[in-house]
Ligand binder design. Structure first.
Ligand SMILES: [Zn+2]
Length: 492
């Protein structure tokens, strides 16, 4: 969030705290009384909440309020305001596939605003949103609860054994204690599993760990119960949950490669396949720098897979070079909300760039060439339109986006248009400045008078704030499940 957006949010919070409100659970005798709300859910469709109200006066505004566990956002939906007297408040919160994960607790209620500014929050109800398409069986260990619908008891037992061991190993390694149970839902049916994840997920995902709701989902068919893959996907995903416990802080997330690398390392080590892939990439110049793997991994299958392999390679190098205790110290330090450089310097004695250079040197290569951003290829034009002149690509310096991106040199083709653009902007600014000064002088204004400065600056500041604040707000305004949905982890 930008500073401006933060300031706006703080102002909004202050305004809300100053607004006269009546807390949930009460009702205001002068305004009305409310019955206990009820909620019913249908998986993949919606959650419906209903509440009776007896109002002395009609509100001017009514909203349904939805808060999902693990999200710090409140979802508001305006509904038609009820009239005075007895009425029933209802709202249907849509939950299409992927919008809300099963096993999420959802709190629902209503907020009424009256003409005199009073805001009344009605008593709320909480429902656990469940995948009710199956008859789940459950087996429970000290920390992990396995839920499965297809396969025999042995299937659930094996999943529980693997899961229990994985949590124990990860908590012992990282020195953290898990106290709240972790739910692990095993889907035998692939389509049903992807209904849970929604349409935006990659099709090669086999498991997802959601630390916010301490829940893991995996797609394991009963016939696969003895596959080696099962012994990998379960520890991999559960390690993510322990990693989250070890690093959770409100300021700064550890790099994604550190999280995935540890999960892969504990689940299967730096195995032959990953080692070959990384060494081949190093030889062919295809290695991605670790700083390219800080957030979401690339989505093309080869790069997606290489991102995991590089992550586990970096963990292997870190342990070989600095020791396991250094790795644990590094991961644990993130709980203090430190920056990447401080975390790396304190634990390893080198900053992130230094660690990356050492890892690359261990692979026998230097800094890999940078990719993108690159100009888009010319697209189709409506009849009668003319394409803007594209910079002429130098031989070998340009290629179709995503297909086989290659590096650009420092004297990139963009330099010339950028220079021309900069000169044009400076010319316009000078012309406008001369005009303003000339007009001011002709009115008799002093050249640097305070009134002139204020008049010029204020609209600029306001204009500058808007575009900055809006995209941030838009990006995060994706419903109560946004946090969980933003962080699905995946296994090849
Ligand atoms: Zn993962």
């Amino acid at each position: 969030m930008t500073r401006v957006a933060s300031a706006l949010a703080a102002t909004l919070l202050l305004a809300l705290s100053l607004a006269p409100t009546v807390g949930a659970g009460g009702g205001d005798p002068a305004t009305g009384v409310f019955g206990e709300p009820t909620a019913t859910a249908t998986f993949g469709e919606s959650i419906r909440v209903e509440q009776s109200a007896g109002l002395e006066i009609a509100p001017v505004r009514a909203e349904a309020v939805v808060r999902a566990e693990g999200s710090n956002r409140t979802f508001l939906a305006e509904i038609p305001p009820p009239g005075p007297g007895e009425s029933t408040l209802t709202y249907t919160y849509p939950t299409p596939p992927g919008s809300l994960y099963p096993n999420t607790r959802v709190e629902l209620g209503f907020r009424l605003t009256f003409e005199d500014g009073r805001i009344v929050e009605t008593p709320t109800t909480t429902i656990r949103y469940e995948d009710d398409r199956f008859e789940w069986r459950t087996i429970e260990g000290p920390l992990v609860r396995v839920h499965w619908a297809q396969g025999d008891d042995g299937f659930g037992r094996r999943a529980l054994d693997i899961g229990g061991r994985a949590v124990e190993e990860a908590t012992t390694l990282l020195g953290v204690e898990e106290t709240r149970p972790i739910d692990f839902f095993v889907y035998g049916d692939r389509d049903a599993f992807f209904d849970v994840l929604g349409p935006a997920i990659q099709e090669n995902v086999g498991g997802v760990a959601l630390a916010e709701i301490r829940t893991m989902f995996a797609n394991i068919e009963p016939s696969q119960v003895n596959d080696p893959w099962v012994g990998i996907v379960i520890p991999h995903e559960l390690t993510h949950l322990v990693f989250d416990t070890a690093t959770r802080n409100p300021y700064h997330e550890p790099p994604h490669w550190l999280n995935e690398g540890l999960a892969d390392y504990l689940a299967q080590g730096y195995n032959g396949g990953a080692r070959r892939a990384v060494e081949n990439a190093a030889r062919s110049g295809a290695i991605m720098p670790l700083r390219a793997l800080v957030g979401r991994f690339p989505t093309t299958p080869d790069r997606f897979s290489l991102a995991y392999d590089e992550s586990v390679s970096a963990i292997d190098f870190l342990i070989r070079t600095y020791g396991q205790d250094a790795l644990v110290g590094l991961i644990r330090s993130y709980a203090d909300g430190v920056s990447d450089d401080i975390a790396f310097e304190d634990a390893l004695g080198v900053n992130v760039a230094g660690f990356e250079a050492a890892w690359l040197a261990d692979l026998g290569i230097e800094e890999p060439p940078a990719y993108g951003p690159r100009p888009a290829p010319p697209g189709p034009l409506p009849p009668g339109w003319t394409a803007a002149v594209q910079p002429t690509p130098r031989p070998g310096s340009s290629s179709p986006p995503l297909a086989s991106p290659r590096p650009s040199g420092p004297g990139d083709d963009l330099a010339e248009p950028v220079l021309i653009g900069a000169i044009a902007v400076i010319a316009v600014v000078l012309a406008v400045g001369l005009f303003v000064v000339a007009r001011g002088l002709s009115r008799g204004d002093p050249l640097f008078g305070p009134s002139a400065l204020t008049a010029e600056e204020e609209p600029d500041a306001a204009l500058g704030a808007e575009p900055d604040a809006e995209p941030d707000a838009e990006l995060s305004r994706d419903g109560p499940a946004g946090d969980a949905a933003a962080n699905p982890d995946d296994v090849r």
